[in-house]
Design a protein around this ligand. Structure first.
Ligand code: SF4
Length: 364
């Protein structure tokens, strides 16, 4: 039996797999009501507390789409990325992955329900690019071995074909055959991230989760890596979840953007629409904090009151209410649902339609 047959049979043996209908298959991934919490110890008596990193998250990623995900540190965006690649198992909810099987038929699998054994058949399809290119590469391995490792582990290529495929992958990310003999310490941050991207591409993935993939790089190198990711998306028909805290970077690469605050999605829209017409006070505050390129530009910085609350004891009602300048009594008790306030624009604010929030100017 070939490796491909093994994979297909593993996929078909799962109870969580069913034939997709046409609508469901439009998106590569449908996330529904996903929750993930972690138990932490706190205080001098080591009391157990639960941190709700993901609180009923629902999102979709379209085929060929780059979905940006922004928010402050600790808001849960990396946890969401890690649940999608199943480094973490969510407590509840669905991760509906739509794929084409070996017979060309659309299928769907709920990745949230699969056992580790069943997940093996899907690991190649969904890969992650990590933030820190300095620590995500084994310093004792040559670039050749680093890129060939996922090929061997996933039985992607025959032994004879490995060298050819490694060179192909290296060239795809802007490295050359000479680089393959060297060790990671011999490379700059941008080149190391290229090696990380080549490793992620080795398994012919369909969806890439890029978690702060350019945050550790200089601005000029960031632009090179973002352009590389954009080219690869088009050439290889990839879809991305692009996680970052830098709104300028997310705006540059994303088709749509989701904004996350304390484990919840608070706004979701097409990129230009979200940046020019924010409908949630948290998005408005994040946009106002982005440095302006022209020194003469007047900056109206909208600061949020107080520090980000303790995620193990988030405020009731709207999580943002202690920090929100627009908060009213209702905000302290009622959780605002994420609802469509305009076609394709979703916001989780009781007063989204009433507020006149400030975004970026069109020409910025
Ligand atoms: Fe602010 Fe209330 Fe809207 Fe929350 S629901 S963002 S507290 S106005």
């Amino acid at each position: 039996m070939t490796d491909k047959n093994i994979q297909t049979n593993d996929r078909q043996s799962s109870n969580s797999i069913k034939t997709a209908n046409a609508d469901e298959a439009d998106n590569i991934l449908n996330i529904r009501n996903l929750t993930k919490s972690f138990r932490v110890k706190s205080g001098i008596i080591s009391k157990n507390e639960w941190v709700y990193a993901l609180d009923n998250i629902s999102l979709s990623i379209g085929r060929g789409e780059t979905l940006g995900l922004v928010g402050e540190s600790g808001c849960g965006k990396s946890t969401l990325g890690r649940c999608i690649v199943r480094l973490y198992k969510p407590q509840t909810g669905e991760l509906e992955y739509n794929y084409i099987d070996d017979d060309g038929q659309p299928q769907t699998a709920d990745l949230a329900q699969l056992s580790n054994k069943q997940l093996k058949a899907f690991r190649a399809d969904i890969q992650m690019i990590f933030q820190d290119p300095f620590s995500s590469l084994n310093p004792r391995m040559t670039v050749f071995n680093l890129i060939s490792e996922p090929l061997i582990a996933n039985k992607i290529t025959s032994k004879a074909g490995i060298a050819k495929r490694v060179i192909e992958l290296a060239e795809m990310v802007g490295l050359n055959a000479q680089h393959l003999r060297r060790y990671p310490h011999a490379f700059s941050g941008g080149q190391r991230q290229r090696i990380g991207i080549a490793r992620a591409l080795a398994t012919n993935p369909k969806l890439l989760v890029a978690d702060e993939a350019v945050s550790a790089l200089d601005v000029s190198i960031q632009a090179q890596i973002l352009n590389l990711l954009d080219d690869l998306k088009i050439n290889l028909n990839l879809s991305y979840l692009f996680i970052a805290h830098d709104l300028s970077v997310v705006r540059y690469i994303s088709d749509r953007v989701a904004v996350m605050y304390l484990g919840r999605i608070v706004e979701l829209a097409d990129t230009d629409e979200l940046y020019t017409n924010p409908q949630h006070p948290y998005t408005e505050a994040l946009i106002s904090a982005v440095p302006k390129s022209e020194p003469d530009d007047v900056v109206t910085r909208i600061s949020l009151n107080h520090e980000i609350p303790n995620p193990s004891a988030p405020p009731k009602g709207c999580h943002l209410h202690p920090r929100c300048q627009y908060a009213k009594d209702k905000c302290k008790t009622d959780i605002p649902a994420l609802r469509e306030t305009k076609p394709g624009h979703f916001a989780a604010c009781h007063f989204a339609e009433e507020l006149s929030l400030i975004g970026v100017k069109d020409e910025e």
